[in-house]
Design a protein around this ligand. Structure first.
Ligand code: NDP
Length: 473
């Protein structure tokens, strides 16, 4: 067998930096037998290491077509004219999944996009939620630990998750979305994507606005009820992947519409919350969605391993006319994703085919680095987490979850949400059970009294005056 036909790793020009400590072509043994040995080794070594998070996923290539002129906000080449088309790649995944886990588990979904623009790579590394559990990077390791298997028992622990949430009430907004129907989407075609963080756009006059990205499914939102999700878990753990691939194979290409919300610098200074707080949304009526373009996914990659597995996304990949923000979680992702990808894929991860810009890689690299450096220093100058953006509502973790319960959800959704939360909290065990439940119920009360009442009743908790006091505060 020739080395070129040996499969993914051998085709990889950086094979030596990833896996091999010796060059097989220097092997004095007869070529045929040493190649067989490599075949054995390749099978035994496996391929590249799995992602630590968002492990199980699927992906496809497609196109992004501009449908609306947003050049007043950005001079990014890919948005320069209506009708302009840019190739893109999307990867969908389950946040806390493991290879082999069920696609219908309650979880957040990754929705990451790579745009191959004429000016280089732009990655929009989003999820199916407009908010995240935490807003401070220092809490990330502990949060992720509670989502994964316990280092002691190697089991996942619902108690650990609620223990973290009750001590960190900023998780409430994302928690309510997680336990709503959208926590068990019907595959990847029927969910929205969100950039979640605040980003920026810069126009030809060098004026900056803050933006949030919304990627709305044209297929319509569809979720699974818990019984359907549980049944599929045992009958078809690859349900979401299969649904996605089948649709593409049948020529039923899924589409999403990309929108932005825009906030001016002045609006940001007067916003009632910190505009860079990723646990908050910007209300639609104050910051209406502005259409940008349409994404169609229409090409299953020829090789899963060298595309879906080797794709490496980072919010540090962006192009002229687009920018970052001082959101601390975004800054932490910018600082760490590149290194994590290099650990997984080798130090030339950005030059692997799926990650490389086909237009001008050298220009891409130098411009990108220059722009990243410019932005970091820009935010340093302004103060990485500017005082002026701190708001007196910094500890208001309850208004938006309350509006989510009363405004975003329908009657049926509210019943489902309460039922899902009760079912999960009933699994809290151990000596801390009572304290964890009581603390968490206070948070629900503060968001909405009816929500707190219903969950407390479902858990058969006596509602004491203390909890009600929280509701009024
Ligand atoms: P609106 O009252 O204008 O609309 C409510 C939005 O809620 C919908 O547009 C939909 O967003 C979203 N939604 C509905 N069901 C769910 C669900 N189960 N999980 C997640 N999102 C859902 O919203 P406002 O802007 O006035 O904000 C009110 C509340 O709505 C917020 O506090 C927030 O909790 C929630 N919300 C707001 C979003 C925003 O960006 N403004 C986005 C998502 C939720 P979509 O159209 O994106 O599907």
């Amino acid at each position: 067998m020739s080395i070129k036909k040996m499969g993914n790793i051998a085709q990889n020009p950086f094979y030596d930096t990833i896996n091999s400590s010796r060059n097989i072509q220097d092997n004095p043994m007869n070529a045929a037998s040493s190649f067989q040995e490599q075949d054995f080794l390749q099978i035994l070594r496996g391929t590249i290491p799995e992602r630590a998070l968002f492990t199980k996923g699927t992906g496809a290539y497609g196109t992004f077509t501009v449908t609306n002129d947003i050049t007043q906000f950005t001079n990014a080449n890919l948005f320069s004219s209506v009708g302009k088309i840019c190739r893109c790649f999307a990867r969908f995944s389950d946040f806390t999944s493991e290879k082999g886990s069920a696609d219908t588990n309650r979880d957040s979904r990754g929705f990451a996009l790579k745009f191959y623009t004429e000016d280089g790579i732009w990655d929009l590394v989003g999820s199916n939620s407009p908010v995240f559990f935490i807003k401070e990077p220092a809490k990330f390791p502990e949060f992720v630990r509670t989502q994964r298997r316990s280092p002691k028992t190697n089991l996942k622990s619902t108690t650990d998750m609620w223990n973290f949430c009750c001590a960190n009430p900023e998780t409430l907004h994302q928690l309510l979305m997680y336990f709503s129907g959208r926590g068990t989407p019907k595959g990847f075609r029927h969910l929205n994507g969100y950039g979640s963080h605040t980003y920026s756009m810069i126009n030809a006059e060098n004026e900056r606005v803050w933006v949030k990205y919304h990627i709305k499914t044209n297929q319509g939102i569809k979720n699974l009820v818990p019984t359907q999700a549980a049944q599929l878990k045992s009958t078809n753990p690859d349900f979401a992947q299969e649904d996605f691939i089948n649709a593409l194979q049948n020529g039923d290409f899924p589409k999403w519409t990309l929108y932005i919300q825009v906030m001016t610098e002045d609006q940001a200074k007067n916003f009632r919350w910190n505009p860079f707080d990723v646990t908050k949304v910007w209300f639609h009526d104050e910051f209406p969605l502005i259409e940008v373009g349409e994404i169609e996914l229409n090409e299953i990659p020829s090789d899963y391993q060298s595309n879906v597995e080797e794709v490496a996304f980072s919010p540090a990949n962006f192009v002229q006319g687009l920018g970052l923000s001082p959101d601390p979680i975004l800054q932490a992702r910018i600082a760490t994703y590149g290194e994590a990808q290099q650990h997984r894929l080798g130090r030339h991860a950005n030059l692997l085919e799926v990650n490389r810009c086909p237009f001008s890689p050298e220009k891409d690299k130098s411009e990108k680095n220059g722009q990243t450096a410019r932005n970091f220093s820009e935010f340093e100058k302004e103060d990485a987490f500017p005082e002026s953006f701190y708001s007196e509502n910094e500890d208001d973790h309850f208004t938006q979850p309350g509006l989510f319960y009363t405004k975003a959800l329908q009657d049926y959704d509210r019943i489902e949400l309460v039922r899902n939360i009760i079912e999960s909290m009933n699994e809290i065990s151990g000596p801390e059970r009572e304290e964890v439940i009581n603390r968490q119920i206070c948070h629900f009360f503060r968001a909405n009294i009816e929500l707190g009442m219903k969950i407390a009743m479902g858990l058969q908790i006596n509602i004491d005056a203390n909890m009600m006091n929280h509701a009024g505060s």
